[in-house]
Design a protein around this ligand. Structure first.
Ligand SMILES: C[S@@+](CC[C@H](N)C(=O)[O-])C[C@H]1O[C@@H](n2cnc3c(N)ncnc32)[C@H](O)[C@@H]1O
Length: 347
């Protein structure tokens, strides 16, 4: 098997510098903030006591356990005390979140309700009902997987692939056919449409709440959302016609679920996180059908952990696809791009 590496840091990774726990947490809001803090040189302890560095943050969602009396109340920019209450509950980005809650609440009673939900640990995205992804505001319903910033790397690889392969050329309507498998809120398809222009978008998710949420998000771009198990609900006419099959499937090994932050464990469905014993169960099934649904020259793009790059790459290669592995420069995201070769004799 050959897995080629492209990108800022690339290739098959033999060993990882990250701990098992950090890998299990990869992509969670907490780890996202920890990495951002490290990147911009803000000590974790500074973030814990509310030093304002939200302007450089990658998201809004992080809670820590504060020692008694650790919260600083009554700051000048917190006349209504919302930020102080959030900080006391352990929110790292209390001022920023206070602003989000004030903007989202239509009445004082609603604001109270939101503060209480957030203070009890609900992700800020679920409290306000949306997440930022690729610069877009994506609606995220209760229990639906919150799109992670690290997944923007997957989107960028799909855009690069579409542009390098000139996929739209020769299409009667100029639209690339995209299948977003395990779509969750539909954030990936929405971002692809924003970056590539009009696409023929199909999306599937097994969770009725996720499928309903994706339908709402994708209505404006006429995306087709199907609820069901992987390829099962798809219309037969898509077979052999999908040019980009993008799949951010659950890939946390079952044994690592307990190490995930409570925001993921308690507010996202287990089926959105758990990838089975080695984390590759869902990807294995996606791989098994990929060649049948991909158009010649089309590609399956999937996010994975750095630790899973090698075995996941082998899975894809065993399915007859030509595989490239990429890891983002900061190492927080890894992606496999697996292309279905064009028929012999074709360019
Ligand atoms: C890690 S989340 C990713 C969601 C979305 N792609 C994103 O990046 O925000 C995985 C999603 O896969 C869905 N899922 C899990 N097993 C599935 C299956 N067998 N068929 C379809 N969807 C599935 C879950 O409901 C969840 O929404």
């Amino acid at each position: 098997m050959e897995v080629r590496g492209v990108g800022v840091r690339c290739g098959l990774v033999g060993g990882s510098m990250r701990s098992d726990q950090a890998r299990a947490l990869a992509g969670t809001p907490e780890s996202r903030h920890a990495r951002t803090a490290a990147r911009v040189g803000v000590p974790r302890t500074a973030a814990r006591v509310g030093v304002p560095w939200a302007a450089v943050r990658g998201g809004t969602n992080a809670m820590v356990d504060l020692p008694a009396g650790g919260a600083r109340q009554g700051r000048a920019d917190d006349r209504d005390g919302v930020a102080g209450r959030l900080r006391a509950a352990g929110c790292v980005f209390a001022e920023e979140e206070a602003r989000l809650l004030r903007d989202a609440a239509r009445t004082p009673a609603e604001l109270e309700e939101m503060i209480s939900r957030r203070s009890s640990g609900m992700p800020i995205e679920h409290v306000v009902g949306w997440a930022e992804f690729c610069g877009l505001r994506v609606s995220v319903g209760p229990g639906v997987f919150v799109p992670r910033r690290r997944t923007e790397f997957l989107v960028r690889q799909a855009v690069a692939f579409a542009q390098a392969s000139a996929l739209a050329k020769g299409r009667p309507d100029g639209r690339i056919t995209v299948l977003d498998m395990c779509c969750g809120s539909g954030a990936i398809g929405l971002a692809l449409a924003a970056m590539l222009g009009p696409i023929a978008l199909h999306a599937t998710d097994i969770d009725p709440a996720a499928a309903a949420c994706a339908r709402r998000n994708l209505a404006a771009i006429a995306g087709h959302v199907f609820q069901g198990d992987l390829y099962v609900p798809l219309p037969a006419h898509l077979r052999g016609r999908v040019q980009i099959l993008i799949a951010n499937v659950p890939y946390v090994p079952s044994g690592d679920i307990a190490m995930l932050p409570s925001e993921a464990r308690n507010y996202e469905r287990r089926a959105a996180l758990d990838g089975g014993t080695d984390g590759l169960d869902v990807l294995r099934r996606v791989c098994a059908g990929a060649s049948r649904w991909l158009a010649p020259g089309g590609a399956l793009l999937t996010e994975t952990s750095e630790r899973q790059l090698q075995p996941a790459g082998e899975l894809l290669a065993a399915g007859g696809l030509a595989v490239r592995a990429m890891t983002s420069s900061e190492g927080e995201a890894s992606v496999l791009v697996a292309t279905k070769p064009p028929p012999a004799g074709a360019q």
